[in-house]
Design a protein around this ligand. Structure first.
Ligand SMILES: [Fe+2]
Length: 394
């Protein structure tokens, strides 16, 4: 087998830049006149941009229905939309909002033609069926920069509590037909959301970059995203900034994180996001933020212990360190150390809450570790290693 051995998913058509929101009516028109508009409960619906968009849709004779979602998409939220709109001949679903809204829109577009409960198709649930990819066309318009869901093939569906889960509805056809990214929509993001969603994007960029299933293409995408993340994260995190350039760079980093993750998979932090996310109600970005430093450190320790070929992943962590610290004079050891210090500094300066703040306790650790999977981590982690990561962030 040659060294180069990989596959690539298709990308959505991307429209990126200030003011692009108002290209939406023309874009929608390519798919038809009957539109299901999925939005969050607050922010964007109250904005001037939303009123102008609705006016434009009305004046262009679109028939649009609105569906509001709050919180992370549950099976009930998806099924209710399918019950309400499954027989109305919707031509295109448009989701405008954060990662949860994009995932909800993606799942609704995937289930409108099926008209069945979404749980029948969620991967990993007992007796689940493989979805055949039939769907209503889907356009994603993110208003936060983090999850990269605008470029991925899955929608995360959550059920929190006893028998809870956080699992995906997935098919290559679920990658949106088009994505419209307008940094103006991100100007009003509150500081905590900017930080947590930014840390989600960073985690995805790093985990995809060090995945054993990557490729030179993923490396280029992830490094480009890391570069723009590095240039903008502190600016957008320090205050509720209205710096459009910085917002634009973060939105680009988030988009790159989505393209990278769909083509390479993710590591142990996202493994925990799936297992812990079904157990306690903790925002996905916060979970990434709190675990990234400890997980990166444990990965490095284990990679050093294994030695041999796994050293190439340490070289990649060193590349990340040089980009995030904007210091290209460091050797690999110095740079790995600098990366850990940078993550530790952000953890302290930006006050990432620990898992205990959300009700996660020491007694939960064994159960969580036993159901945490992560095949795209650069090194296989033992139960002891996973426990070590969680104990550090209790
Ligand atoms: Fe994520």
């Amino acid at each position: 087998m040659t060294l180069l051995d990989f596959g690539l998913f298709r990308q959505p058509r991307v429209f990126f830049g200030e003011g692009k929101l108002f290209q939406l009516p023309v874009l929608i028109g390519e798919f038809g006149k009957k539109v299901l508009l999925v939005t969050g409960a607050k922010s964007f619906r109250q904005s001037e941009g939303f009123s102008l968009l609705l006016e434009r849709l009305c004046s262009d004779s679109f028939l649009f229905r609105q569906y509001t979602v709050s919180g992370e998409p549950s099976p009930e939220i998806i099924d209710q939309a399918v019950t309400e709109y499954g027989n109305t001949g919707i031509d295109v679903v448009v989701a405008i909002g954060g990662g949860s809204v994009i995932d909800a829109g993606k799942a609704i577009s995937a289930m409108l033609l099926k008209k069945e409960p979404v749980e029948l198709y969620i991967e990993g649930l007992p007796g689940y069926r493989v979805h055949d990819g039939s769907k209503v066309p889907f356009i994603a318009v993110p208003t936060t920069s983090g999850t990269g869901s605008e470029a991925t093939n899955n929608a995360v569906i959550s059920k929190v509590g006893r028998n809870g889960y956080k699992r995906s509805l997935r098919h290559p056809a679920f990658i949106p037909e088009a994505v419209l990214i307008d940094p103006v929509l991100m100007l009003d993001m509150p500081c905590w959301l900017t930080v947590s969603s930014g840390m989600d994007a960073l985690t995805q960029l790093i985990e995809a970059f060090v995945s054993p299933f990557g490729s030179p293409y993923v490396d280029a995408v992830a490094l480009s995203g890391l570069e723009y993340f590095s240039e903008s994260f502190i600016q957008v995190s320090q205050a509720e900034t209205r710096d459009i350039e910085a917002r634009s760079k973060m939105a680009y980093a988030a988009l790159m994180s989505g393209i990278a993750l769909v083509n390479a998979g993710l590591g142990i932090v996202h493994g925990f996001a799936s297992s812990i996310g079904g157990h306690i109600d903790i925002p996905h970005g916060v979970l990434c933020a709190t675990l990234l430093g400890a997980a990166t450190m444990e990965n490095m320790v284990q990679l050093r212990e294994r030695g041999g070929d796994t050293g190439r992943f340490l070289v990649k962590y060193a590349q990340v360190g040089r980009v995030l610290c904007a210091d290209f004079s460091m050797d690999d050891d110095e740079s790995c150390h600098a990366l850990l210090k940078k993550l530790d500094d952000w953890e302290n300066e930006l006050n990432f809450p620990k898992l205990g703040a959300f009700g996660f306790q020491e007694k939960d650790i064994d159960g969580i570790v036993s159901c945490t999977r992560c095949k795209s981590n650069p090194v296989e982690l033992s139960d002891e290693s996973m426990k070590k990561i969680l104990k550090q962030r209790l």
